[in-house]
Design a protein around this ligand. Structure first.
Ligand code: HEC
Length: 176
């Protein structure tokens, strides 16, 4: 009897909790997500398939992309260290917030340090880079700026990924 009533209390609690979350869900559905323009929507799609989140969103690669969209593109404090020094994926939401679309296109296609695939953006159409910009503006400002670049002869204070130098796949030096 006792067990039965304890069970039913537990069950009731579950039902109540379920009803609570259903209510909360309804409420958030009512408020709805921020309306997104067709251009920003395309920018989101492009950013997803071009892998921008892999580096510019903390934990994205390691969690198979299971990061809430609210935290996308806020930059990362994981360093990428190689012959170029140590770089950090920028907080693109803050970067976009401080630039016009034209300035963003120029920056995104300028020769950036590894492992930023700036050449992939160079090969995108203007409309596609602008769409990514529109999506970043849609996301809005969030997070803090990424750590500053560290020169090759300096040891970074934060965790980093070390690239072999030179990479084993690089062509062998002449004369070998
Ligand atoms: C493999 C990791 C990686 C990927 C993938 C990547 N980035 Fe980057 N990105 C970086 C790093 C690291 C930097 C900083 C480079 C530097 O310090 O010169 C950077 C810098 C940038 C900058 C310059 C921002 C500033 O601070 O001025 C832009 C713009 C940018 N990335 C856009 C993108 C976009 C858009 C994509 C997707 C198409 C992308 N990145 C994909 C690593 C990456």
């Amino acid at each position: 009897m006792r067990i039965k009533s304890a069970l039913s209390v537990a069950l009731l609690a579950c039902v109540a909790a379920g009803a609570g979350s259903a209510l909360a869900q309804k409420k958030s559905e009512k408020q709805g997500p921020k309306p997104i323009s067709q251009e920003a929507k395309r920018g989101k799609y492009l950013a997803q398939i071009a892998g921008c989140n892999d580096c510019h969103t903390p934990g994205y690669m390691a969690s198979n992309g299971k990061v809430d969209e609210r935290n996308w593109m806020i930059g990362d404090s994981l360093g990428w260290r190689g012959p170029w020094g140590t770089t950090y994926a920028s907080n693109l939401r803050l970067v976009a917030q401080s630039m016009t679309a034209e300035q963003f296109m120029l920056r995104a296609r300028s020769e950036l340090r590894p492992p930023m695939p700036w050449f992939a953006l160079r090969d995108m159409t203007d409309a596609d880079v602008k769409a990514i910009y529109a999506y970043l503006r849609h996301l809005g400002a969030a997070g803090a700026a990424a750590p500053a670049y560290v020169a090759p002869d300096k040891m970074p204070s934060l965790p980093f990924v070390q690239f072999p130098s030179p990479p084993p796949s690089a062509p062998a030096p002449k004369g070998k």
